[in-house]
Structures are given as C-alpha cells and as structure tokens.
Design a binder for this molecule. Structure first.
Ligand code: PMP
Length: 427
C-alpha cells in the first residue's frame, strides 16, 4: 500500500475492479453511491469474523477486548482524520442518514421551538431534508431553503438574505451528490454563527474529496458515511461539539448507552456511548481504521500529485466531451460554465470534483444506463435521492458518473465512446 506510485498501483488494491461484467472489463463509475473496498479493509473484516468477533464494551474475555480495541481504535482514527479534539466528539452510526436523523431528532428536541426555522441547502440529499421536516413538524418550526443557481452553485446572496435569528440550525451539503461542486461551507458557518445558529455539514461526499478539519471549519456537526470512503457498509459518523452533544438528549435508548437503570429512572453513559445504543455494527466501524489509513495514504506525497493530475484531466475531458454531444445538458459546471472565469484552488469552495450529471435529449437516462452496463460501464441514474433538486432543474432523472482515485482517464474515454454508441442506438 505505501509503495503506490501510479493509478494502476492503487487499482491493484481493489479486487472488485479486476472483474469483467457482461464479458467486458468493469468500469465502475458509481462511486458517489459507494466505493469499492481495498484489500486492507477486506482483510480486517475477514480477520474480525474469523478471530475477533465478540460484542464490544461488554465482556471480560480476549475476543471482546480485541474487538473493543479495534472499534475504539477506529474512533481514534476518525478523530485524527478530521482533526476532532477528542474521542468524545466522535459518535458511530450506520451512515450519513442515521447521523442526520440523530442530530435532527436530538438537537431539535432540545433547541427547536415553535416559530423557529431550520435552513437547508437546495442541493440537499433526501437524508438532509426529511429528518429536518420531521423535526420541524414536531416543534412547529419551518424549513427555509438556500436556492441553487443555474450553474449549480448555492445562491449565497439569497443565503445571507434569508438567514435571521429565527434560524436555529443550518444543514448544508459539503458537496452535492448530483452537482459535484464544493460548497462554501466556511462562509455558511461564519454567517450562521453571527446569527446564533448551529451548522451541520453533510460530508457524505465531502469527506471523500476534501481534506476536512472540523476545528478549522468550526462547524457544530460534521456527518459522513464510511462506505463511500473505502470502509464497509453500515459505518458512519457524527462529529459533534462536546458541549452540544452533552446538552442534547439521547437519540435511542437501550444497552451500552446507560450509566444506571432502575424502573423509575435511567442515567446515561458519558459521551460518546450516550448516543450508541445497542450492539453497534462494530466490524464495519472497525473497518474505518484501515479505510481512512488508505485514504490518507492517497493524500500524501507523490501519489497525491499523480491523482490530482489524473482527476484534472478527467474533469477537463468529460466537460468538453459531454458538451460536444448534441442535446446534452450538463448540470453543476459551476465556474466552468462561465467563459474566462478563474479556476478556484483545487478542493476549495467552488471547485469541481470528478462527478458529472447530465441528460441527453431523446434518450431516457435508464435506457442509457442499461446500455452502458452491457458495455461494462456502471453509472447511476434516477432522482439520486434529490427530488427537489431535480425539480429545480426541470427534470425527473439524470445520468451520473462519479470517479475515485482508482479511476483512470482511459476509463473516462471508454465511457464517452460507449455513451456515443448508446446514444446512436437510442436515436
Ligand atoms: N448525503 C449525500 C450528499 C449523499 O451523497 C448520500 C449518499 N448518496 C447521503 C447523504 C446518504 O448517505 P447514506 O446512504 O450512506 O446514509
């Protein structure tokens, strides 16, 4: 792993990428939905199932001690990866959806009152919409939406205009899973704080493509899923500021989250266990340690430059080639849509990640996806769990291709050639 020098070296770590589908080499471009797993993660899961499979925090035996050490070790790793001040800030969940539900339910029970507002970004995934609607309904509060501009960027002028003291929390996407643009979350956080509002950053995509420092961001909550960043499914995180997590009521009740229990009253375990009721998905959470070590190794030294160069080529290539297709609309081009606009710094607000959503006149997205699949190319179509954003752009479906560092320019070229073939078949 440490000797990775090329994209081919990275790919060598992923058994799933070595397969053929329908007799063609797999070109996996559905990474926005979930990543493939490197061998180090597969080995850890295997090792735990074969040797260290016992419930965490509970028993006085070797297997349980080993599982607990791996589970808590992963918590340390997550904290280090996002620069959290302490292990108490890191709550394990089953994924971003569970994380946002936890915060929406628990934060809002404590802090949201009738007449208050929750502000969400217009590019939100359903999991950053529905839990807030549910919480607002309980409290008698309402939702305010930061609009999305035609080029996919958040309308920050409107954001500043809509933000007032009634807003108790702003829940913003770090990077939309449809538009692939890095949102100006630091600006959102500073403005929200000036009005006394907390901020939750949905980092499901952000954690994968940006270096995240929660202390530098100063957000109250940062949430993400493990499975999009090489860990196995069923792993997720809430980072929260300690004073807030301490003030918030538990989300779920049950084993492991208690201090003492009588039939009359229960006192709760200290953080982070207060928010981790029941048997956690401890093997999935433990897999975050090798997964994040792997992700970290791609962000350092020579290989980081190799990846950036390849991603830059992929982005420029796809932008040009998709736009050359007659009747193709590409969503979320951001700065690239404007002639002569200055390119933001790589990874900084406004920059584009290698993720493109588009539609082609005369071709149903689902037909394109099926034909591409037969050519070995895995893409995503449909609402992408962002129905309001689809409505904003006047469509009911899009096609999305999303890349990770193990994807190559050659794969992007094969995808474009396959897309041309599919379009010819459909028109
Ligand atoms: N937010 C965003 C931006 C996402 O991309 C996703 C997953 N597509 C989610 C939230 C939900 O994540 P999960 O399904 O892992 O809970």
């Amino acid at each position: 792993m440490c000797s990775m020098k090329s994209i081919e070296d990275i790919r060598g770590n992923f058994p799933a990428l070595q397969q053929n589908v329908w007799g063609k080499p797999l070109v996996y471009l559905d990474n926005g939905a979930t990543s493939q797993k490197p061998q180090c993660v597969i080995d850890l899961v295997d090792r735990m199932h074969c040797g260290a499979n016992a419930n965490v925090h509970r028993a006085m035996h070797k297997l349980s001690d080993e599982a607990t050490a791996l589970y808590e070790g992963a918590r340390e790793k997550v904290g280090e990866f996002i620069n959290a001040p302490a292990r108490e800030n890191i709550i394990f969940t089953s994924g971003t959806t569970a994380s946002i539900n936890l915060v929406a339910s628990s934060f809002c029970r404590k802090f949201l009152r009738e007449g208050d507002k929750v502000m969400i970004s217009g590019d939100s995934h359903h999991s950053n919409i529905v839990p807030w609607q549910m919480a607002c309904e309980m409290a008698g509060a309402s939702i305010v939406v930061i609009p999305v501009k035609d080029n996919g960027e958040l309308d920050m002028e409107e954001f500043h205009r809509l933000l007032d003291e009634k807003v108790k929390i702003v829940a913003v996407e770090h990077i939309s899973n449809v538009l692939g643009l890095v949102n100006p979350v630091k600006e959102v956080i500073e403005a929200a704080h000036s009005k006394g509002a907390a901020v939750l950053v949905d980092g499901a995509q952000g954690i994968v493509h940006c270096k995240v420092d929660v202390q530098e961001l100063d957000c109250e909550f940062y949430v993400c899923s493990g499975h999009k960043i090489y860990a196995t499914t069923g792993s997720g995180v809430v980072y929260g500021k300690k004073e807030l997590l301490e003030a918030m009521p538990p989300y779920m009740g049950g084993g492991d989250m208690v201090d003492t229990v009588t039939f009359e009253k229960t006192t709760y375990a200290p953080l982070p266990l207060k928010f981790e009721a029941g048997t956690p998905n401890f093997i999935a959470q433990a897999s975050l340690a090798p997964a994040l070590e792997f992700a970290q190794s791609l962000r350092e030294g020579e290989i980081a430059q190799v990846i950036e160069a390849e991603e830059r080529k992929i982005i420029a290539y796809l932008k040009d080639e998709l736009q050359k297709i007659e009747g193709c609309t590409v969503y979320g081009l951001g700065w690239m849509q404007q002639e002569g606009a200055a390119e933001p710094q790589w990874g900084a607000p406004g920059s584009k990640i290698p993720l493109f959503s588009f539609n082609i006149e005369g071709c149903f997205p689902s037909d394109l996806a099926q034909l591409l699949d037969k050519m070995g190319v895995a893409v995503r179509t449909g609402l992408m769990c962002c129905e309001p954003l689809m409505t904003r752009f006047g469509v009911t479906s899009m096609v999305r291709v999303s890349f990770l560092p193990y994807n190559t320019l050659q794969e992007a070229e094969y995808f474009i050639a396959s897309l041309h073939r599919a379009v010819r078949m459909l028109r």
